[in-house]
Write a protein of this length. Structure first.
Length: 663
């Protein structure tokens, strides 16, 4: 546990500075402030707070997706939050009605939240709103007016964010891709790193999700060839970043070995790292401007630093540095636009509703988690109601926010939630002890909403502190506060976190044991990806020999599409394997199984490093296959080596038969 504790704390209290968003927070906060001010001026502070709740949640829903997707999610959030409000106020007076409502709605929200990051945000915020409003036990006569006010606040926020100050075109996509390069810069800044250091895949996956979301709308956008061109450039920049991320896994290990050779090795590694950092920073700045290009000057600096590498360790680092330089140079080639989707999904809720019957099955992990979540949350609400103590709703509120589908998220979110809530309750207690007027408290709630928005993407612990302050100040400012007992809120928060973690320990679904299987699947997907890229290469060589694409244009597009789909499948499994390997570092192991678990972790971590090294070479080969040149024997040999390594890794990780290696 001594090794796990620092990792748990580091994960729980991580703060991602580049995701701090004060500009976005300011725009969203205006939507929260307007209903609060109108309520205060009209003498109905409670009604203004209700409307601001709808605006708050619609604003949080706007943080995910491109413009059209954000609009859809904000509208869903506004309507759903309105219905939740009506149900919460109506059921809040009756213990049985509250328990059943929370259990059923939370079950459905878990299934809906599995549809993606935006749906997860809406589901969590809806659960929080349901628990808080049932806990306040508002008069039943306020149900319909309250629901209408929440809907009005949400629609006001939608209007402000989409009409009054809409986001600039491609701003979200540029920011997401630039953030991936910023992560790579951070790696270069902090060299040397541990040999098993691995860049978190979250930002990379978020960027791909965002670009894929944008891609579904390109067919509907009118006539902007420049828009499609920039989208293609951003996809190419992200593909390069994906290759760089994979290549840097091997680079880090070789860099560490070179630095251990003494002062000269440290100097050589430092010169190369400085050139790498400069090249990455230049690309990041260009992406933010909509110009995804690499600098010839920085590439020359990388090549000179690579040429100066000496000794066995320097020779080991040289191929990784060359691979990085080659990937960066691909940014200066014209991007190849990919085929647009044939059809766009119709209806925002239909995919989720269509999957619910299958997802709700107890034979699926999601179905079992949804049942566990609903039962534990309903039981927490029932116990809180039977205790009948002020602020008791903080118990189910904490359980609902902390309990996740996997142990690592449950534990780290529990620690983060506790730390953030402790800070928020302590600060809130100091302020409310001064007995400020309700109007001042409501305005302080608006200030807390600003920090909740600004901190929401950056760190869960910091966001938890801000949202705790928002709840405290908003409830107190509405005149509905049940006293100022900070110790009660803190005690129920502690108890809620303990209940969530104990629930997982008693009803677990461990991730670590599945790491080897998913790694094997990822290695096999990597092999299939190489086969698809080799087919693309061979077809390109044939066309090159004939002097152009000619009648082979459709076949070329199909080959390219198959290779892209294979790359996405390989990346999906690789990211899933990363998640499981990370989980194995934190999940507990007891008794005689502890030694086997440690050995398995070492095995899977080494396999993951090998998988990433192969991915880097595969992505480099894919870039070359997209732009066929005269036949090169070295490239064909590289295909063979990469395919054999992927096949050998799959064989070591499982009993799957070895597929034939392409010649």
């Amino acid at each position: 546990m001594t090794r796990r504790l620092p990792l748990v704390l580091k994960t729980a209290f991580a703060f991602d500075g580049p995701k701090w968003r004060p500009d976005t927070a300011l725009r969203c906060t205006v939507g929260v402030a307007v209903p609060v001010l109108l309520g205060a001026l009209s003498g109905n502070a409670a009604l203004g707070v209700l409307a601001s709740t709808g605006a708050l949640n619609a604003g949080l829903a706007s943080f995910t997706g491109v413009t059209r997707s954000r609009l859809r999610v904000m509208l869903i959030s506004s309507v759903l939050m309105s219905l939740i409000t009506v149900l919460a106020i109506w059921a809040g007076q009756n213990t049985l009605a509250t328990t059943l409502s929370v259990s059923l709605v939370s079950f459905l929200l878990v299934l809906y939240g599995a549809q993606g990051a935006a749906a997860t945000t809406v589901a969590i915020q809806s659960t929080m709103t349901l628990i808080v409003l049932t806990g306040l036990r508002l008069p039943e006569g306020l149900a319909l007016p309250g629901g209408g006010l929440v809907l009005a606040g949400g629609l006001l926020q939608v209007l402000l964010l989409t009409v009054v100050w809409p986001a600039r075109p491609r701003q979200a996509e540029r920011r997401a891709v630039a953030l991936v390069y910023r992560r790579l810069e951070r790696w270069a800044e902090t060299l040397p790193l541990d040999e098993y250091a691995l860049l978190d895949a979250t930002s990379l996956q978020e960027a791909w999700d965002l670009l894929n979301d944008a891609r579904t709308h390109l067919r509907q956008e009118r006539g902007s060839e420049r828009t499609r061109q920039e989208h293609a450039e951003l996809r190419q920049a992200l593909r390069v970043a994906e290759g760089l991320r994979a290549a840097l896994v091997g680079y880090v290990r070789a860099d560490r070995e070179l630095r251990q050779e003494g002062a000269e090795g440290e100097r050589q590694a430092g010169v190369l790292a400085a050139a790498l950092l400069g090249a990455l920073r230049q690309v990041e700045q260009g992406v933010r401007r909509g110009e995804a290009r690499s600098s010839a000057a920085w590439r020359d600096a990388l090549e000179r630093a690579t040429a100066e590498l000496r000794g066995p360790a320097g020779e080991a680092l040289r191929p990784w540095a060359g691979l990085v330089t080659g990937l960066l140079s691909d940014l200066d080639r014209p991007p190849l636009p990919e085929a647009l989707p044939q059809e766009r999904r119709r209806g925002a809720l239909r995919p989720a509703l269509g999957d619910w019957p299958r997802s709700a099955s107890l034979r699926t992990l999601l179905g079992r988690h949804a049942l566990k979540y609903a039962l534990v949350l309903g039981l927490s609400v029932y116990i809180e109601r039977r205790l009948n103590v002020p602020h008791g709703y903080w118990l189910p509120l904490t359980v609902g926010v902390v309990l996740r589908q996997d142990y690592v998220s449950t534990l780290t979110r529990g620690v983060a939630r506790l730390g953030g809530t402790l800070a928020g309750v302590a600060l809130g207690a100091l302020v409310t002890a001064l007995h400020p007027p309700h109007t001042a408290l409501a305005l302080l709630g608006v200030g807390a909403a600003f920090f909740a928005y600004a901190l929401f993407p950056a760190g869960y612990a910091a966001f938890s502190g801000a949202i705790t302050l928002y709840v405290l100040f908003s409830v107190a400012g509405s005149g509905l506060s049940e006293g100022q007992a900070a110790e009660q809120r803190l005690a129920f928060t502690l108890l809620g976190g303990a209940v969530a973690i104990l629930t997982y320990l008693l009803w677990p679904s461990w991730q670590g044991p599945g790491a080897r299987r998913v790694l094997r699947d990822a290695a096999e997907a990597q092999y299939r990806y190489l086969l698809a890229v080799r087919s693309l290469w061979d077809a390109g060589q044939a066309r090159h020999a004939q002097g152009g694409a000619g009648a082979h244009g459709d076949a070329a597009a199909q080959d390219a599409d198959r290779a892209s789909q294979a790359r996405e499948e390989a990346r999906r499994l690789r990211v899933q394997a990363e998640t499981l390997v990370r989980a194995a570092r934190i999940e507990p192991a007891w008794g005689q199984g502890a030694a086997r678990a440690r050995q398995e972790r070492r095995t899977t971590e080494a396999a993951l490093m090998e998988l990433h090294a192969g991915a880097a070479r595969s992505l480099s080969l894919h870039a070359q296959a997209l732009r066929p040149a005269p036949p090169t024997p070295q490239v064909g040999a590289e295909f063979g080596r990469a395919a054999e390594e992927a096949s050998a890794l799959a064989r070591r990780l499982g009993d799957a038969p070895s597929p034939p290696t392409p010649e």
